[in-house]
Design a binder for this molecule. Sequence first.
Ligand SMILES: C[S@@+](CC[C@H](N)C(=O)[O-])C[C@H]1O[C@@H](n2cnc3c(N)ncnc32)[C@H](O)[C@@H]1O
Length: 344
Amino acid sequence: MTATDLPAHPPTDRLRAPGRVPGGGVRGFTRRMRSAFGTASGVEVLAALPFLAAPLARLERRPLLHGLVLSAFGLRRPIFVDFPVRPEPRFGHGRPDHPALTALLDRGRDAYAARLRRFCDHADRLAEIPLRGDLDAGSPYWVNGWLPPLDALALYGFLADGDPRRYVEIGSGNSTKFARRAVRDHGLRTRITSIDPAPRASVDVLCDEVVRRPLERADLAVFDELEPGDVVFFDGSHRSFMGSDVTVFFFEVLPRLRPGVLVQVHDIMLPRDYPPQWRYRHYNEQYLLAAFLLSGSDRWQVELPNAYVAGDPELREVAAGLWRRLGLTEHYLPASFWLRIGEG
Ligand SMILES: C[S@@+](CC[C@H](N)C(=O)[O-])C[C@H]1O[C@@H](n2cnc3c(N)ncnc32)[C@H](O)[C@@H]1O
């Protein structure tokens, strides 16, 4: 696959906005403040004030200036490095995709298509989910700014078809709503656990268990309890630092998981690099995932790489009928990468 296989108008403005928590009204304001203190970003405290939200949103469009201004006010901590950092995509986005990763993902094309077709069998139920909605309500909606439609479809489908005993989510919000809807629609036995210090939406009532602390401070024993078919959904900070959630996930959570556990990692663009417009986010999670995959171990069995699917005209077509039925005309860049833990 090459980047030219992506939709004709790459939905760059449809990529998810960083960091700020949307939502209106008193409930939205309260949640944004809680989120701001929970994640200690400081910026969200300011962005929660209605008269500062618009100027801050404008400033965010100029990442370097944004960073400088926020650092000057002590709202961001700059990281000083001794060698230059030049964040430029090396794969995709005008260059060839990573060849070995492409070959690896190509091997599952038929299985991805079959899986997506099965997910689309839930079309009648899925069509009951509205296109738009309220972030502070408990119901899912397709155009939500955080979980692109193909990712929402995959989450719903894997749960509905797998009926897992446990769904453990790190990084909650719209995904929790889709998970709860799948449980409700299909009478699943699935117990939902959310680990997130400050979810993107009010989701506590949708969960059977909530852990309102960062993954790195949570009791990881929950992952020892998971059985084949159970699901771990990871959509956290996307950055590996010493002791950060991503580092803990790759080095302490994944090794604990039993064979057969299903894992989703979000904001994964493989076999391409992160898009150039994300360069100042300094995400690095997918490089760890790519290194694990390239090790050739049987431990990582790719089930559904949604960014790859979106870059392949034939695979993209599988769910096109569903999007037409929903009346979804805009394109969103999907980013869920699903894999199953193997015996390796
Ligand atoms: C991109 S949002 C998740 C979006 C959500 N999955 C959805 O569909 O709306 C990232 C989430 O990760 C959470 N987060 C950030 N750092 C975290 C950490 N160290 N441990 C757990 N969650 C974290 C944030 O509070 C935020 O809710």
